[in-house]
Design a protein around this ligand. Structure first.
Ligand code: NHR
Ligand code: GAR
Length: 197
């Protein structure tokens, strides 16, 4: 079985979209793949309740409880590696995960660590992407699925979705329009990645 571990920090709607696609499209049967654990760096992440209700193992690792980024990432890797084996490397999916990961962590999971970023990369790497796209006068915005490398939001692009920026848009209204597309794109991109590996 190809184990999928999803890392979240908040509402986890992308995580839920992936879990639901896996059920609907029978990834276990057709791709031998399964979401086995959801890990959050925040105890109050709403997505944890959804995952538990689906019978998925949940784990909280509070980054504030660790003395350094390296220590947090080492603890994270230790949990993830419970689901890893030489023949069946675990796929690590960042879904609204808000902690920058150290090179040591990223290099451990090269080629099997993916993120969804709420902009059309390479435009607007980093935070506050929707407000920055509005302020720049962009007519379109969107989201990007990419492999994670040590350089933030710079890994190889796997998929992108575009939405219009409309007159009167706020960061919130634009974020909602982008998020709808994320929910369609991210499960598809992961399914494609599963079929390649
Ligand atoms: N780590 C690496 N090494 N490379 C990437 O491409 C990563 C990553 C970790 C997370 C997601 C990313 C996004 O899609 C991601 C990509 C958090 C921050 C950030 O500044 C930036 C980008 C992303 C995630 N985090 C602050 C920090 O100090 C904390 C911010 C907060 O807690 O609100 O880690 O946008
Ligand atoms: C999504 O829009 C995702 O692209 C973005 O946060 C939202 C998380 O929503 N990710 C980042 O900003 C990463 N820094 P979700 O928790 O409901 O999936």
């Amino acid at each position: 079985m190809k184990n999928i571990v999803i890392l979240i920090s908040g509402s986890g709607s992308n995580m839920a979209a992936i879990v639901q696609a896996a059920q609907r499209e029978r990834w276990a049967e057709h791709d031998g793949a399964k979401v086995v654990a959801v890990i959050s760096n925040k105890a109050d992440a709403r997505g944890l309740q959804f995952a538990s209700a689906e019978g998925i193992v949940t784990e909280v690792l509070d980054h504030k409880a660790y003395p350094s980024r390296e220590a947090f990432d080492a603890a994270l890797a230790q949990v993830i590696d419970r689901y890893d084996s030489p023949g069946q490397p675990v796929l690590v999916v960042l879904a609204g995960f808000m902690r920058i990961l150290t090179p040591g962590f990223v290099n451990r999971y090269t080629g099997r660590l993916v993120n969804i970023h709420p902009s059309l990369l390479p435009a607007f790497a980093g935070l506050h992407t929707h407000q920055r796209a509005i302020d720049a006068g962009c007519q379109v915005a969107g989201a990007t699925v990419h492999l994670v490398t040590a350089e933030l939001d710079h890994g190889p692009i796997l998929a992108q979705a575009v939405v219009p920026i409309l007159p009167g848009d706020t960061a919130d209204s634009l974020a909602a329009r982008v998020l709808t597309q994320e929910h369609l794109m991210y499960p598809r991109a992961i399914a494609q990645l599963l079929r390649q590996t």
